[in-house]
Design a protein around this ligand. Structure first.
Ligand SMILES: [Zn+2]
Length: 162
């Protein structure tokens, strides 16, 4: 039997969207909710700790805490080509939790980023990562799935900008 299980954590993090047409270009923060979905077969080995589970929820949470919470919670994520990057570099040297990333830190890009970070350690546990879903606000989400990974880069050149 194969099925999908999910686990979520929440973190507080700051960001800014440098080219945004409105207020998102300001330094600000969100309480992010991050959901990881794992779809795999249910373990049937009798007498094992994980019998009847895809993976222990606690093991998924530990990975999420080690890889996401530990590095990003109460931090500020910043595009490394942001015009303010040098200021934030100074803050980093002063011990502030600044995380430079090679992309504009939107919920969409963060979902893909965290998918990429979690995929290998889960694969090491022989567990199949299905998706990472990020709530930037209680009503706004972005989901990156393994199917998005397979389809490769999405051509956005024809997308109409508003
Ligand atoms: Zn924001």
């Amino acid at each position: 039997m194969k099925l999908l299980i999910t686990k979520h954590i929440e973190i507080d993090m700051g960001h800014r969207v440098p080219n945004h047409k409105s207020k998102c270009r300001n330094l600000h923060g969100h309480r992010y909710k991050i959901e990881v979905g794992v779809d795999d077969v249910v373990i049937t080995t009798p007498g094992t700790s994980d019998e009847g589970m895809v993976i222990d929820f606690g093991d998924v949470k530990k990975l999420m805490m080690d890889i996401i919470d530990e590095k990003y919670d109460h931090g500020f994520v910043m595009y490394h080509q942001d015009e303010f990057a040098d200021i934030f570099d100074r803050l980093l040297l002063k011990g502030q939790r600044i995380i430079f990333v090679p992309f504009i830190p939107t919920a969409e890009n963060l979902a893909k980023h965290w998918f990429d970070l979690l995929e290998a350690p889960l694969k090491y546990l022989k567990i199949n990562l299905h998706h990472v879903k990020v709530w930037e606000t209680p009503t706004s989400t972005a989901t990156f799935t393994k199917h998005d990974k397979r389809s490769g880069k999405i051509d956005t050149s024809q997308k109409k900008l508003i």
